[in-house]
Design a protein around this ligand. Structure first.
Ligand SMILES: [Zn+2]
Length: 338
């Protein structure tokens, strides 16, 4: 059989030795949206040993324009992204061990996954989770690669505990435009560029090519033909609560985690029960049938009424679409689910 990695091995900074190293590495990708799909596919094709991917959402039609792992059928059946991603990735490279989890990242469930993780990739859409990743990275000495994009704009930075400033140190240079993909949209090349930088940095770290690691904080606007690199080497703060001398890891504290939130501009509210509950979706379907139209797959149940759509995951997490008021969302949740 032909060696599927021959071209990558010919690339001298990787070589046969690097290929061997890649095969021994475990990468955790948080988020399986646009960025997560792109990095997961590239890393699986590159032949890493193990990939863990987590995501809390299911595939929707508006994802298909840029989330490269998903199909119309996935959107039709509301398949959770983690499940659809795993299936597609496994068909691309069956030699990679792929673990997929459907959940909303929090300190507890993330910590449980970190044991042999060599690298984390940020493919989330919010800073709550990024700061949590940042603290976990420092606490467990795991490098991670920040990435974000909106419109035609993107940003990325490689954070190595003990060597570089952390996300917390960089707060001042962080772009905080308040724009989201749901308000100003996004074009897929912006995603592909950020993911390409993230994957390249990942490969460098995984084959231990420390010299090649990019040291700058990079931003670009591919539509406006702009590209900036900020030198942030000296921005590490000794008293940083995440990476300083006496770290307190503030974002790992329970009280900093939201239980109820409005999802990034989607006209949807997510409600998490205080403790995970295991729902029997069959039973729940029977119970909720009088309220509207039910659609179900092995991972979630969707109830469409005249006013809103309620999606319930097995762990009791619910997303209510079409409701903008938190109190109203809560009352629907408690009325229907107790
Ligand atoms: Zn720091």
């Amino acid at each position: 059989m032909d060696n599927r990695y021959s071209r990558q091995q010919l690339f001298s900074p990787i070589g046969e030795k690097g290929q061997q190293q890649l095969q021994e590495k475990h990468v955790l990708i948080i988020g399986a949206g646009a960025l997560g799909s792109a990095s997961a596919e590239a890393l699986v094709r590159a032949g890493i040993g193990k990939l863990t991917i987590i995501d809390r959402d299911y595939v929707e039609w508006s994802n298909l324009q840029r989330q490269q792992l998903y199909t119309e059928q996935d959107a039709q059946e509301k398949i959770p992204k983690a499940i659809a991603a795993k299936k597609r990735l496994q068909s691309i490279n069956s030699a990679v061990e792929i673990n997929a989890y459907i959940f909303d990242a929090d300190t507890e469930n993330l910590q449980g996954l970190l044991e042999d993780v060599d690298l984390m990739i940020d493919a989330t859409d919010n800073f709550d989770i990024r700061f949590m990743m940042n603290d976990l990275a420092q606490k467990y000495h795991i490098p991670w690669i920040y990435g974000s994009c909106v419109g035609s704009y993107g940003a990325t930075y490689t954070i190595v505990p003990g060597k570089t400033p952390c996300l917390h140190c960089l707060l001042k240079v962080m772009p905080n435009t308040g724009m989201t993909c749901d308000t100003v949209g996004i074009i897929s090349p912006a995603v592909q560029i950020v993911a390409a930088y993230q994957v390249t940095e990942a490969l460098k770290l995984l084959v231990d090519d420390e010299k090649a690691r990019r040291k700058s904080f990079l931003t670009f606007d591919v539509w406006q033909n702009q590209h900036y690199e900020i030198n942030v080497d000296k921005m590490r703060h000794e008293d940083c609560p995440s990476c300083g001398k006496n770290p307190t890891y503030p974002y790992l504290a329970y009280e900093n985690q939201t239980k109820l939130e409005i999802l990034c501009g989607r006209d949807a509210i997510q409600i998490r029960p205080p403790k995970p509950i295991h729902y029997n979706l069959e039973q729940l379907a029977v119970q909720l049938r009088p309220y509207g139209e039910i659609q179900k797959n092995p991972y979630l149940l969707s109830l469409q009424t005249q006013d809103y759509r309620l999606v319930i995951f097995q762990d009791g997490r619910a997303v209510i679409h079409g409701i903008a008021d938190l109190q109203e969302a809560k009352s629907i949740y408690y009325r229907l689910l107790g």
